[in-house]
Design a protein around this ligand. Structure first.
Ligand code: DMJ
Length: 491
């Protein structure tokens, strides 16, 4: 059976269709793509609720809860991560039950070592968005309470926070695998948006001060070739290994420089300069074109290039396009073009697999282009970055191919990832048969399905002039300067 191509034109969810026929393959003639994304959300949510309610994530094959040590014993990651998606999709009953769970059960008074980054982007970000969308005080209170719990992470000689923190004892440390005891660029560099909003909502400047200090430390340091290494020691204030990546370990640091500037209503000149300078260095040293004409972003290891691009790196297409508007005047079109080229490369990485879902990493060497060559890079764990880039590209260009590509991803997700008990990642996207990893990641609900829904909705649903999405796709409002936020934006 095959899914018909969706009719173009009306992309608001159409609730008049017969929902009952919507399972696995969506056979309803009256559907539209946004409605399909909503049905996917319903399937993911209903199964989580049925089999793993209150736990962090769902194992959709074994139909039980899945716990990740990223959140210590804080519970309910899927609920908090999904709150805003439920709200945006107008799943009112589900939002209500999620809110009640947060009120009664979300508890941060636990003896738990957590990842500061993961808890910030999923829990703080999820609560902040839920507050801004719904106006429900409980979300604001919980976000600020959790933000306060994270503050001891900054108790290091430089103020660069630890990666891991016990939120009861306040004792922090770094990942044992990180070069020279370093903190990770994409982790300490991905707190800015949420912490600025925590200050805004609590009236307590301490949150914004902590993240502005990270900026200061970074600005004092020499950068090799203008690039930011992934590792920085929080005690010595020196870089660790000179590895640079726009994918894992580096990615959202760059995203947050741009978005900090956008979220400040374009008053955060420092963030703006850091972003455009970094993009310049990335273009010079990391971006390459394959002989087959595909633009990719390589990884940099002490001056040598590894011609590999991660699925995570694919978010950069959307970032370049989003930043095009502020680029130096002769570069605006160029940044949009760069976004389009990265989107095309990432689409190729999907198209060149058997399942039409992208691998974790793909290479441009040894005679291949945009294909994973190592077995341990062939998996797909329901990640959002490629769909995220399609969504930005659609919003910023209205080229219909981005909706077509998004629809291809919907078909592939329905065919290979949807199982009775929810949605599962896949171990090898080049294989004929699915081997499921049995995890429904919380970011599938917060990001992948939200970006799909936005891709197929009108532009006035969370317009980009008024909202920035944190790296977990939680929308945060732009702090407009005419609302008296100027001072805060410049702290
Ligand atoms: C998400 O938690 C966030 O997007 C993060 O920035 C990177 N990884 C995952 C999704 O792939």
């Amino acid at each position: 059976m095959h899914l018909d191509h969706p009719e173009k034109g009306q992309f608001r969810p159409d609730r008049s269709g017969d929902v009952g026929v919507c399972c696995g393959f969506l056979l309803n003639q009256h559907y539209n793509p946004a409605f399909v994304s909503l049905q996917m959300m319903k399937h993911a949510w209903d199964n989580y609720k049925h089999y793993a309610w209150g736990l962090n994530e769902l194992k959709p094959i074994s139909k039980q809860g899945h716990s990740s040590n990223l959140f210590g014993n804080i519970q309910g990651a899927t609920i908090v991560d999904a709150l805003d998606t439920l709200y945006i999709m107008e799943m009112k009953e589900e939002f209500k039950e999620a809110k009640e769970w947060v009120e009664k059960n979300l508890d941060f008074n636990v003896n738990a070592e957590i990842s500061v980054f993961e808890v910030n982007i999923r829990f703080v970000g999820g609560l902040l968005s839920a507050y801004y969308l719904s106006g429900e005080e409980v979300f604001r209170k919980k976000a600020v309470e959790l933000g306060e719990k994270l503050l001891p992470a900054f108790n290091t000689p430089t103020g660069i926070p630890w990666a891991l923190l016990n939120i009861k004892s306040g004792i922090g440390r770094n990942w044992p695998w990180a070069s020279g005891g370093s903190s990770i660029l994409a982790e300490f560099g991905t707190l800015h948006l949420e912490f600025v909003h925590l200050s805004h909502l609590s009236g307590n400047p301490v949150f914004a001060e902590k993240v502005m200090n990270i900026r200061k430390v970074l600005n004092r340091l020499d950068k090799p070739e203008g690039l930011y290494p992934n590792y920085l020691n929080p005690s010595s204030g020196q870089w660790g290994q000179h590895h640079v990546s726009i994918g894992g370990l580096g990615d959202s640091f760059y995203e947050y420089l741009l978005k900090a500037w956008l979220m400040s209503d374009k008053t955060d000149e420092d963030g703006k300069k850091m972003y455009y300078d970094a993009v310049q260095a990335i273009e010079t040293h990391l971006i390459r074109k394959s002989s087959g004409g595909l633009t990719y972003i390589a990884e940099w290891k002490g001056g040598l290039l590894e011609h590999k691009m991660g699925h995570l790196t694919c978010f950069a297409g959307g970032m370049f396009a989003l930043g095009a508007d502020g680029a130096p005047s002769d570069k605006t079109g160029h940044h949009i073009e760069l976004g389009a080229e990265i989107a095309r490369t990432c689409h190729e990485s999907y198209d060149r697999t058997r399942m039409k879902l992208g691998p974790e990493a793909f290479r441009f060497d040894g005679g291949v282009e945009a294909i994973a060559t190592r077995q341990n890079e062939k998996y797909y764990i329901l990640r959002p970055e490629v769909i995220e880039t399609y969504t930005y590209m659609w919003r910023l260009t209205h080229d219909p191919k981005y909706r077509d590509w998004g629809w291809e991803a919907v078909e592939a997700l329905e065919k290979h990832c949807r199982v009775d008990g929810g949605y599962s990642g896949i171990r090898d996207v080049y294989n004929n048969h699915e081997s499921h990893d049995d995890v429904q990641q919380s970011f599938f609900l917060s990001e992948t399905l939200k970006y799909l829904y936005l891709l197929f909705s009108e532009d006035d649903l969370l317009p980009l002039e008024h909202w920035v999405f944190n790296t977990e796709a939680h929308p945060l409002p732009v702090l407009h300067k005419d609302d008296g936020n100027k001072e805060e934006n410049q702290k």
